[in-house]
Design a protein around this ligand. Structure first.
Ligand code: ZN
Length: 157
């Protein structure tokens, strides 16, 4: 690693830590030339998890797609981009914890839905309508009824 201060490529690692739920490695380095210290971050470039699509195609797990899906569902809802990131983190963590190498895209969709359900019912119905490909108004109504029902059930407990 080239020192950001004196540009000499001669350093030693003085500390290594994993961060970001084990998806990133942080190294504290010391330049052997000027003695200054700096930090580098290493991130997995290729996710170890593969996603199986409905049509059988397989692609690499892509966090950006989760963030995009969640952000789309939460458009104009009162949640900050930080909250969207946190939500994406929880979804990602759950998927990584429960799946080793391969995960069905439908399971990712269900996981996102479950998390959205907890934070914003409107976003949840939005996401579900796209994800489950609602083609009829009645499907919307069923979903909203189910939501309202779950709400009442929760309140009576
Ligand atoms: Zn240096």
């Amino acid at each position: 690693m080239r020192c950001p201060y004196c540009k000499t490529d001669d350093d030693k690692v003085i500390d290594t830590r994993t961060g970001d739920e084990g998806l990133a490695i942080r190294r504290r380095r010391e330049c052997l030339h000027c003695g200054r210290r700096y930090t580098t971050h290493e991130r997995l470039e290729e996710s170890p998890i593969k996603v199986t699509k409905k049509d059988g195609r397989v692609e690499s797990f892509d966090r950006k797609k989760i963030v995009a899906g969640i952000a789309r569902a939460l458009r104009k809802r009162p949640l900050s981009s930080e909250e969207i990131e946190n939500l994406s983190d929880s979804v990602e963590r759950e998927i990584f914890e429960q799946n080793d190498r391969q995960v069905a895209s439908s399971l990712i969709g269900e996981t996102i839905m479950r998390h959205l359900h907890q934070v914003d019912p409107v976003a949840y119905v939005r996401f579900a309508s796209v994800y489950r490909e609602f083609s009829q108004v009645s499907e919307f109504i069923d979903e909203i009824r189910a939501l309202a029902g779950a709400d009442t059930a929760a309140k009576t407990v």
